[in-house]
Design a protein around this ligand. Structure first.
Ligand code: SAM
Ligand code: ZN
Length: 346
């Protein structure tokens, strides 16, 4: 995929150490072979920045086997989170083929990037964090995936021509974009982010979002933490969540999640259409099964035959789900959603 200037949108020239706009005479560096279009020193991670740096050093020094063994010793769940290809299984619900060009926005450690590259022509993956982008670059090289292009960039200022992609993935990203900007209403920032992604889609292109449900049962019952690191903030009115987060964590509440209807509205406001919902189980970051939101029979089967009943809440759900009204309602209390939305064809 060609890069364009962040200022004038003209194609950039590939030089030894940077990407250069001949018209604006601005350049963007290549750092350790990584194209960098974002100059803020950002880090977000499931593991700390120091651990991430150590991991990268260990991969380069001792190879992947040893590095992964060390990672697994610390926390086996991490390996699953990074390497479980099931996290991209929603790809069977979107129109993709071996000619598709895909953008993985906020690619993190590449859990979605790598499995997608198996089935499409090209995956472009970017993240604001250099260390995470570097990890994906090393992973792609190790797997001999020559159809993956990795760069450091922000979703608000991506170096691509408009209408370049058939599919854009925002897995675990939309909820964080309001936190990355300190000014402005998080909801409006989320719409701005969606509009940016829409510009990059080809006409008729498709956006996939993996994200939590604001009223997911674990959040409603206080078993799970919201993105604020606190319980119950997602279900509070926003103003209350902001006051509560200020008192408890001395920080603003900016990681907005929504109900199904809320996501529909957000996507409509950004100009998307044909919005379709899926229920990934157990969650969008550890998917084993994906049920279309409208398929009640499949949902009943999942709850009765596949879901465990290892907690009190789950036991209640298993009994109550036989009542048609509860089955319908349960979809709206599912922990997370996979959302597929389209850009119109004109
Ligand atoms: C929860 S992680 C999800 C990572 C990956 N998509 C996955 O599913 O494993 C969110 C990622 O988005 C990145 N991110 C946050 N704000 C961003 C922005 N404005 N532009 C690009 N990436 C961003 C973070 O650095 C982080 O890697
Ligand atoms: Zn320029």
């Amino acid at each position: 995929m060609d890069y364009v200037c962040l200022k004038c949108q003209r194609k950039l020239v590939d030089r030894d150490n940077d990407w250069y706009c001949e018209y604006c005479q601005i350049s963007w560096p290549k750092i350790h072979g990584l194209d960098c279009f974002f100059d803020r020193d950002d880090y977000w991670g499931e593991i700390s920045r120091d651990e991430m740096k150590q991991l990268l050093a260990s991969i380069e020094r001792d190879g992947w086997q040893k590095a992964n063994r060390e990672l697994a010793q610390k926390d086996p769940q991490r390996l699953k989170f990074i390497y479980n290809p099931g996290r991209a299984d929603w790809r069977f619900y979107v129109p993709l083929d071996n000619q598709s060009v895909v953008l993985d926005a906020g690619c993190g450690l590449g859990a979605i990037t790598l499995p997608l590259a198996e089935v499409v022509k090209e995956v472009v993956a970017f993240d604001t964090s250099c260390e995470r982008a570097r990890f994906v670059q090393l992973r792609a090289a190790k797997e001999n995936k020559t159809n993956i292009q990795v760069l450091v960039a922000s979703l608000f200022n991506p170096p691509f021509k408009k209408q370049s992609f058939d599919l854009i993935v925002m897995n675990g990203l939309l909820e964080w974009v309001g936190a990355g900007k300190i000014d402005g209403n998080p909801g409006e920032i989320q719409i701005e982010a969606l509009k940016k992604m829409k510009e990059l889609l080809k006409p008729g292109g498709c956006l996939y979002i993996g994200i939590e449900n604001r009223f997911g049962l674990p959040l409603l019952t206080g078993r799970g933490l919201d993105h604020s690191g606190l319980r119950f903030t997602s279900i509070m009115p926003r103003f209350l969540a902001r006051i509560y987060a200020k008192i408890r964590r001395k920080s603003d509440y900016r990681t907005y999640t929504y109900t199904r209807r809320g996501y529909e509205k957000l996507l409509n406001d950004a100009g998307f259409e044909n919005i379709d919902f899926f229920l990934p189980w157990p969650g969008y970051n550890d998917t084993r099964i994906i049920v279309p939101h409208r398929n009640l029979n499949a949902l009943r089967y999942l709850v009765l035959n596949i879901m465990s009943s290892n907690s009190f809440v789950k036991k209640i759900v298993k009994i109550a789900i036989r009542i048609p009204f509860v089955l319908r309602l349960y979809r709206f209390l599912f922990f997370s959603f996979g959302i597929v939305a389209n850009k119109n064809k004109q």
